[in-house]
Design a protein around this ligand. Structure first.
Ligand code: ZN
Ligand code: ZN
Length: 325
């Protein structure tokens, strides 16, 4: 669990309200693939909102004061900018169950849904309208679904709207939100997170500049987690950060050059676009004692293979050109 100057409670309102899922949420500062076996992750709940019409319906519910009394189908339909009532009904049904419920008198918010929605739309009151739930460039590495992001309780999450895989979940100070469009925010977030991990990997605490110990931890078959994680621990302030292996290599000269030769600038290209940064699909344990890992980074049909020791020092690199088409 990472510790930042501002204490961020990762068990946010949303987590509490979707009670059955709170135990399976990724912790702060965790980077990588997260799943839940059953129930609904916040990411899944949010994936139901992956449509402008559904967002509009919820806003219309709110505007029609659905908290006070149920809102009828016709009133809701009239409040939403959509011509086709069958299409409207389709989206309404998608929301019904988790976010809203239908009674004889009309539609009402369900309690968990109401709380989630108010968390999302809290932004409207603070000029952060667009940050409640917004599309993010790139595809899910697991299912190629679209990505969406949301910023709630000072934590920015990027997840797949189709399979609910969380690619990134990391605290980000609210000051970084002001006066940025979602695209600008994502760019800033990319730099912020990348520098945090790279600093930690370089032995400097991003929190207090104290000395950081870095250790590779190999724990296969941890439920839904990465088998191999990197653990950074500050010897001074106790700052503790976990990540995938790949993200620590974002400032490695060989990795940077390998990509720049292929037209990709890793300093600006969001790291969640690269599966090797946010999962351990491309990481292989080549030896357990001493622990040696190899990460295979593919780009444009070529592959860069990097072998790391248990302190994350690079001990071998090799290039394999034109591996696959
Ligand atoms: Zn997906
Ligand atoms: Zn520290």
């Amino acid at each position: 669990m990472s510790r930042f100057g501002h204490e961020v409670d990762s068990e946010s309102e949303i987590d509490d309200d979707i009670e059955e899922n709170s135990q399976s949420l990724p912790e702060e500062g965790h980077l990588g693939t997260e799943f839940t076996d059953e129930g609904m992750l916040p990411a899944e709940a949010f994936s139901l909102l992956g449509s402008d019409t559904r967002i509009e319906i919820l806003q219309a519910m709110s505007a029609a004061n659905a908290d006070a009394s149920p809102v009828g189908f016709t009133e809701l339909f009239e409040r939403v900018d959509i011509e086709d009532s069958a299409n409207f009904n389709y989206h309404l049904q998608k929301l019904t169950g988790h976010f809203i419920k239908r009674s004889e008198d009309g539609y009402e918010f369900r309690h968990p849904g109401r709380k989630v929605v108010s968390s999302i739309f809290a932004g409207t009151l603070t000029d952060r309208t667009q940050l409640g739930f917004f599309p993010v460039d790139g595809d899910c590495h697991r299912c190629e679904g679209d990505l969406h992001g949301w910023y709630v309780d000072e934590v920015l999450t990027i997840a797949c709207v189709d399979c609910a895989t969380v690619l990134v979940r990391y605290p980000f100070p609210p000051g970084g939100i002001d006066e940025r469009t979602p695209a600008e925010l994502l760019q800033a977030f990319h730099h912020y997170v990348r520098h945090h991990y790279c600093m930690a990997a370089d032995g400097v605490c991003p929190e207090c500049t104290g000395s950081v110990d870095t250790e590779l931890v190999y724990e296969p078959a941890r439920d839904g987690r990465l088998d191999v994680i990197v653990e950074h621990t500050c010897q001074r302030c106790g700052y503790d950060l976990q990540s995938s292996v790949g993200v620590n290599l974002l400032d490695n000269a060989e990795v940077l050059m390998f990509h720049s030769e292929r037209g990709i600038d890793l300093s600006t290209e969001p790291f969640w676009h690269f599966e090797w940064c946010v999962s351990d699909e491309h990481t292989t344990v080549v030896s357990e004692d001493p622990l040696r890992l190899r990460i295979n980074i593919q780009c444009d049909g070529d592959e860069l293979r990097i072998v790391l020791d248990d302190s994350l020092s690079v001990i071998e690199t090799a290039r394999h050109e034109r591996l696959s088409y």
